[in-house]
Design a protein around this ligand. Structure first.
Ligand code: HMG
Ligand code: MG
Length: 311
């Protein structure tokens, strides 16, 4: 008799048993990219002590997550909540299997990161542009072309220092200032980042107005510029559509999703950007759809409680 759990040739198994067998031994992996300590806490109105941020990051690092965004080296006048990122980097525990990401908008930010980084920690630098001019002006005080020119030397410096780089494109369906964004505009923004260097690009539905149909159209256009394996989905949940949008992205071959524990988050320069989709909700969806994440949902539940307590 065939051993369903063991990997014998399944040709003689009934279809439903075969599907179950296939699901068990060949569950596809999805990578959850935790952005709560950055995209979540950057938007909290109160001051969150460094020790609380570190406690959250250290707990998340014990959950099986492989990527955690821990802060940003942006202007403290623009985002005061992230002004202590150097202290966070100094105090957090190193974790062998985790890469810790920081947002860097310009060379000034790169230099601050370079001074704060530790030799015992694995980092990633995230650079960010917008698909729309309105949000670029609001968030970075410059045009899209200027932001690309500013981040090119950051990417070069990071790669030279063996620090991997990730890119974000914001406003992939709607901009709070310019309205609906055409899929081709998003594809051009993604291509602009790839011209600097090949990198993973996270597609930000910054104000969470994307619908499954709009996300599908956007992904069709973007996939002409970059393979789906190099893309991540970054959905804010204003319209309650984030999980449906993630499912559409899964159907388009995307296997990396950003989320924030406890549904923390938003962007202070995007009116109407509420919480990111909650990590615990994405984990539940992935379990239901039969994808492996390697993340311990009990630890994430504890972290979600800790995150909610910071509000
Ligand atoms: P600016 O005012 O045009 O810059 O801001 P500047 O070059 O004229 O400098 C002004 C002052 O800021 C100077 O100081 C600089 O030294 C200082 P002063 O002489 O006045 O004392 N400065 C810096 N200080 C620390 N770190 C730096 C830095 N750069 C300049 N790196 C700037 C331009 C880019 C700095 C500003 O617009 C900024 O910091 N923007 C960041 C806004 C931000 O962090 N937004 C949230 C993250 S993006 C997001 O959430 C979206 C995402 O989640 C995806 C999605 O959802 O779509 C990623
Ligand atoms: Mg965001």
């Amino acid at each position: 008799m065939a051993n369903v759990g063991g990997g014998f040739a399944p040709a003689t198994l009934p279809r439903d048993v075969y599907e179950q067998w296939k699901g068990r031994v060949m569950a596809e992996a999805v990578r959850i990219y935790e952005v709560g300590p950055r995209d979540g806490l950057q938007n909290e109105p109160g001051v969150i002590p460094v020790a609380s941020k570190i406690a959250l990051i250290d707990l998340l690092a014990r959950s099986g997550l492989r990527d955690i965004e821990v802060g940003s080296f942006v202007s403290p006048k623009w985002v005061p909540q992230m002004a202590d990122t150097d202290a966070v980097l100094a105090g957090m525990a190193a974790a062998r299997d985790v890469s810790f990401a920081v947002l860097v908008p310009n060379m000034r930010g790169w230099e601050a990161f370079a001074a704060a980084r530790r030799p015992d920690v694995r980092y990633e630098v995230a650079v960010f542009i917008s698909a729309s001019e309105g949000f670029s002006q609001s968030n970075l005080n410059c045009s899209v072309a200027e932001s690309v020119a500013r981040l090119a030397p950051v990417v070069a410096a990071a790669l030279d220092a063996d620090v991997p780089v990730r890119g974000y494109v914001s406003c992939v369906t709607n901009c709070p200032f310019d309205g609906p964004i055409a899929p081709d505009q998003v594809a051009s923004a993604v291509a602009r980042l790839q011209e600097i260097a090949p990198m993973q690009v996270s597609l930000g539905d910054t104000i969470g107005k994307g619908t499954p149909a709009r996300v599908a159209a956007m992904l069709e256009a973007v996939k002409d510029a970059v393979p789906a394996t190099q893309l991540a989905g970054h959905f804010h949940d204003t319209g309650g559509q984030a999980l449906a949008n993630i499912e559409v992205a899964l159907d388009h071959g995307v296997r990396i999703f950003d989320s924030a524990v406890g549904g923390l988050g938003g962007c202070p320069y995007a009116p109407g950007a509420p919480g990111n989709v909650a990590t615990e909700a994405v984990l539940e969806l992935m379990a239901r759809r039969g994808f492996e994440t390697g993340v311990d949902r009990d630890v994430i539940a504890q972290a979600a409680e800790m995150a909610r307590g910071m509000r």
